[in-house]
Ligand binder design. Sequence first.
Ligand SMILES: *[C@@H]1O[C@H](CO)[C@@H](O)[C@H](O)[C@H]1NC(C)=O
Length: 100
Amino acid sequence: MANKMMIVLVALMVVVAVNVVDGQKVCNISRTEFDACLPAMTDPDPALPSQECCENIHNANLPCMCSYKDSYLATTILSVDTKLAMELPPKCGLVLPSPC
Ligand SMILES: *[C@@H]1O[C@H](CO)[C@@H](O)[C@H](O)[C@H]1NC(C)=O
């Protein structure tokens, strides 16, 4: 029973992950675009986001990112630490929507 559930979940995640890798965007930001931000999202002691990273964050849909901040899926599929990801917009001079 539990195993079947797991398989369905994994299959779903693979489908979504493939879509993301295929160039689809989550909150108007693609995995590739997030790559530019990886040094700034690495714990401990994340670097300051690069200009390229900030440009990508500027294009991102921030309210959407807010809704993903506690998302296990975002963490898994984008392999992004959402807690660190949410620290990026302020570092790029952007204001997060409130409440976020
Ligand atoms: C989405 O990102 C592209 C650049 O990657 C940008 O030109 C566009 O304005 C963005 N769309 C929204 C709704 O922010």
